[in-house]
Ligand binder design. Structure first.
Ligand SMILES: [Zn+2]
Length: 307
């Protein structure tokens, strides 16, 4: 009896040792609002206080939830979402899929990518939009519609998707999916390679687009994210060579004049400054400081920033 018990125990121990450890699969979701299905303007949908804002923050939350479901359908074990539009407090936390965690509010050193690190396996962009000056692109702008005319990294003009992919790239994490209008989808594939993109609207101008029912966008996003996460091994991290040349052309020449007073900042042209960042983390902190300075409320009565 004793011998039998011993052998039974050793069989059980062996079986436990042979059982493979559950493999972690961590997905990072960065969510903006201009590229959410149905969004046309800041004045009606995509700014706090706008007449349809409450409806569209709910629709933004539902698109994020579709992405979370797609990630878990593909085997994700952990999902972190960063709310990355305007004041970064758009996603309705009560409606958020309970399996995910949420990064909220600006400023933060890695901006739209706060919380990313080398433990993640893939990045998903939801509600993204094209860069400043792009035709046929809903609400095209780069970080700040009021302040930035152009952003270049290592001499290439990049939209927010490029900046954020480069931050993830420094950690070796590939972007696998983007949703928004067809224009940013095409630009993202040119820049990042054959990632999965879903066009939730066909933009015809800065404000106008052909839309679809939100349930349809959500279905396409869930399917697309599942496919993208499953295919993540085929996708490459967007790594820039270091140091990274961060070049900003401001809309207001005085911004360039003031930033050029900082040590290490050059001013090759009147409205343009250049900063050589050691890596994308330093580059992101530089941009966050330069763009955030003087825009965040310190008192309850101050107004909120937008991006
Ligand atoms: Zn935004």
């Amino acid at each position: 009896m004793r011998i039998r018990l011993c052998s039974l125990l050793s069989i059980l121990l062996l079986a436990a040792a042979a059982k493979p450890q559950e493999k972690k699969l961590k997905i990072y979701i960065s969510a903006d609002m201009e590229g959410i299905g149905g969004v046309s303007t800041w004045q009606v949908q995509a700014a706090p206080g706008a007449p349809e804002y409450e409806k569209f923050r709910r629709l933004m939350t539902q698109e994020v939830n579709s992405a979370i479901s797609g990630a878990f359908d593909a085997g994700a074990t952990e999902v972190l979402v960063s709310d990355s539009h305007w004041n970064a407090q758009n996603i309705d936390i009560e409606l958020l899929d309970h399996r995910a965690r949420l990064v909220r509010a600006f400023p933060r050193p890695l901006a739209m990518m706060q919380g990313i690190d080398g433990t993640f396996d893939a990045v998903v962009f939801i509600g993204y939009h094209a860069g400043e000056g792009t035709p046929s692109a809903i609400l095209a702008h780069t970080m700040s519609s009021a302040r930035i005319f152009e952003l270049k990294l290592n001499d290439n003009v990049v939209p927010e998707a490029g900046l954020n992919a480069a931050i993830a790239g420094d950690f070796g994490v590939p972007v696998v999916f983007l949703s928004g209008d067809q224009t940013i989808g095409q630009r993202a594939r040119e820049l990042l390679g054959p990632i999965v993109t879903v066009a939730v609207k066909q933009a015809t101008g800065f404000y106008s687009a052909t839309m679809m029912n939100p349930a349809e966008s959500q279905r396409l996003i869930q399917e697309g994210v599942k496919r993208a996460v499953e295919g993540r091994k085929e996708m490459k991290a967007y790594r820039l060579t270091h140091p990274v040349k961060v070049e900003v052309t401001f809309k207001n020449i005085v911004d360039a004049e003031l930033v050029s007073e900082l040590p290490g900042v050059e001013r090759p042209r009147g409205s343009t400054i250049v900063f050589k960042a050691h890596d994308m983390i330093e580059g992101s902190k530089f941009l966050e400081a330069v763009l955030g300075m003087n825009t965040f409320p310190r008192n309850a009565a101050d107004s909120e920033p937008k991006r």
